[in-house]
Design a protein around this ligand. Sequence first.
Ligand SMILES: C[C@@]1(CC(=O)O)c2cc3[nH]c(cc4nc(cc5[nH]c(cc(n2)[C@H]1CCC(=O)O)[C@@](C)(CC(=O)O)[C@@H]5CCC(=O)O)C(CC(=O)O)=C4CCC(=O)O)c(CCC(=O)O)c3CC(=O)O
Ligand SMILES: NC(=O)C1=CN([C@@H]2O[C@H](COP(=O)(O)OP(=O)(O)OC[C@H]3O[C@@H](n4cnc5c(N)ncnc54)[C@H](O)[C@@H]3O)[C@@H](O)[C@H]2O)C=CC1
Length: 206
Amino acid sequence: MFPVMIDVTNQKIVIAGGGQIAFHKTENLLRFGICAHIISPDFHPGFEKLAAEGNVILHRKKVEWDDVKDAFLIMLVTDDAVANSRIASLAKKHGKLVVHAEQTDLGNAQIPAVLIRGKLMISVSTCGASPTLSKEIRDQLEDQFDERYDEYLEFLYNTRQYIKKHIDSRPERRKWLKKAAQSFYLDHPEERERYMAELTSVYPAL
Ligand SMILES: C[C@@]1(CC(=O)O)c2cc3[nH]c(cc4nc(cc5[nH]c(cc(n2)[C@H]1CCC(=O)O)[C@@](C)(CC(=O)O)[C@@H]5CCC(=O)O)C(CC(=O)O)=C4CCC(=O)O)c(CCC(=O)O)c3CC(=O)O
Ligand SMILES: NC(=O)C1=CN([C@@H]2O[C@H](COP(=O)(O)OP(=O)(O)OC[C@H]3O[C@@H](n4cnc5c(N)ncnc54)[C@H](O)[C@@H]3O)[C@@H](O)[C@H]2O)C=CC1
């Protein structure tokens, strides 16, 4: 398995199956602002509210190739092993990303447990050995990587954009980028302003 971050803006994501697990996967996608299509003859009660809020698109039917052929990522979480396997095999042949939630070797992607702190995302995977352990490790990291990181990551992002735009010399860029990443700035938000003032005085915006 190879971990990678993927931009899914404007990509269609389909979940086949509408049970408890589909609901959990849908809520997880929503943490990332993703509105999924759900294909299933019936739905977990929680879906009604999500649909009313426009956070999910429901299709009341059994899954067929037509429902997923234009999808970028497909999650197979029906309790129909034959349907799951058939769609997984076709989708993989067509080069799609496929999560097979029951028999992982029939898919080619897996969902990790993720801690989100603004632009910091910490993903934990056990490659299917123990999703429970992934979840536990993620939960343990919550205290170490607490809410301070939300704003700190904004600072790092903004300074990086500025540095890339206004400093040409690579050694100089590295110097300023490494300085910003010192944990000192995590714990001293007021010092971030001093850093920015110094940066913009040495390298003024044109
Ligand atoms: C392979 C994978 C495929 C995929 O779905 O992508 C997969 C497969 C399976 N999960 C099963 C069971 C459970 N899954 C969870 C929880 C999570 N499962 C997630 C991912 C993954 N699950 C992928 C591997 C990721 C990895 O290894 O790290 C998480 C991390 C992400 C997410 O789903 O959002 C999310 C927690 C995150 C969070 O809470 O944020 C719990 C615990 C709980 O719910 O408390 C249980 C019950 C206890 C247990 O089994 O440990 C079963 C057995 C079904 C059966 O009973 O037969 C299978 C099938 C099999 O193993 O064959
Ligand atoms: N990855 C994970 O985190 C986990 C995965 N699983 C697996 O996920 C699968 C689903 O589990 P649950 O949601 O608990 O089951 P469930 O029985 O609550 O839901 C199954 C859903 O699939 C729908 N369905 C059945 N045939 C279908 C078809 N041909 N097309 C579209 N939808 C169809 C049903 O109408 C129902 O909505 C199981 O195979 C289970 O082994 C189970 C636990 C955790």
